[in-house]
Write a protein of this length. Structure first.
Length: 221
C-alpha cells in the first residue's frame, strides 16, 4: 500500500497546490480591485477608503504583475527573490493582502523546490485568525498535502479533520488527502472506503472523482 502512496502523493501535491491557488487565489485579487474602484461591501467603506489600504492594494497588484510578466522564462532564483519580496510585503500589509501574498509566495517557493519555506507559509496562513476562513482552510489543506509522509500522521489528520465536513468547499480534496494518509498508515480498507465515498460524491470536482476511481482500481487490482 505504501508503494501506491508514494506513486501518487507527489503528483497530487504539485497538481493540487497549483490548481487550488489558480481556483481560489483570484478571489482576493478580485477583492483588492473592488476596493480600488470603491466596492468595500461587508468590511466597511470607511476602512477601505484609507490611504494605507489603497497603497497596499496598488503595491500588491504591482508585485504580482511583475511576477506574472516573467512568464515561463522565470528561473528558480527569480522565484525565490519574488517570494521574498511578497513575504516582505506581507509583513506590513492589511490582513487580506497579507494572506494572499503569503499564498503566492508559498507557491513560488514550492515551484523553486524550497518546500520547507512553502510549508511554513501555508502553516502561517492556516493559523492566522485574521485571515478569511476560506484562506485559512486552504493554508491548512496545502500544508497537510505537503506534510503528508513527513509530519506525524496524527498532526496531519488533525489539520484535515475540520476540512472533511460536507459543508467545507475543500472537503473532497481533504478526503482525498485523508485517504492517502490511510494508505501511508497501512489502512487500505479505510482508504478504499473513503475513495468510494469521493467517487460517489456529486459535489466533488470531476478530477478528484476520477483520481479516486483510478486509485480504487489499483487498490482492488
Amino acid at each position: 500500500m505504501v508503494d501506491i502512496f508514494d506513486e501518487v502523493s507527489e503528483d497530487l501535491r504539485a497538481e493540487q497546490a497549483a490548481n487550488l491557488l489558480k481556483r481560489y487565489g483570484g478571489l482576493l485579487i478580485g477583492a483588492a480591485i473592488l476596493v480600488l474602484i470603491g466596492v468595500g461591501a461587508q468590511q466597511g467603506w470607511d476602512y477601505y477608503q484609507t490611504q494605507q489600504n489603497n497603497k497596499a492594494a496598488l503595491s500588491f497588484i504591482a508585485l504580482t504583475d511583475q511576477i506574472d510578466a516573467q512568464g515561463d522564462s522565470i528561473t528558480n532564483d527569480q522565484r525565490v527573490a519574488d517570494a521574498k519580496a511578497l513575504v516582505n510585503f506581507a509583513a506590513s500589509a492589511q490582513p487580506g493582502y497579507r494572506t494572499l501574498a503569503k499564498l503566492r509566495a508559498a507557491a513560488l517557493y514550492q515551484d523553486a523546490g524550497q518546500v520547507d519555506a512553502a510549508e511554513a507559509l501555508w502553516n502561517d496562513v492556516g493559523s492566522d485568525s485574521s485571515a478569511d476562513i476560506l484562506f485559512r482552510d486552504l493554508g491548512n489543506l496545502l500544508w497537510a498535502q505537503h506534510a503528508l509522509g513527513t509530519a506525524p500522521d496524527d498532526v496531519v489528520a488533525a489539520r484535515l479533520r475540520p476540512l472533511t465536513v460536507p459543508e467545507n468547499p475543500y472537503h473532497a480534496l481533504a478526503e482525498e488527502t485523508q485517504a492517502l494518509l490511510y494508505l501511508h498508515e497501512g489502512k487500505p480498507d479505510q482508504a478504499k472506503a473513503l475513495f468510494s465515498q469521493i467517487s460517489a460524491d456529486p459535489n466533488a470536482p470531476e478530477a478528484v472523482r476520477n483520481r479516486a476511481d483510478g486509485l480504487l482500481a489499483k487498490l482492488n487490482g
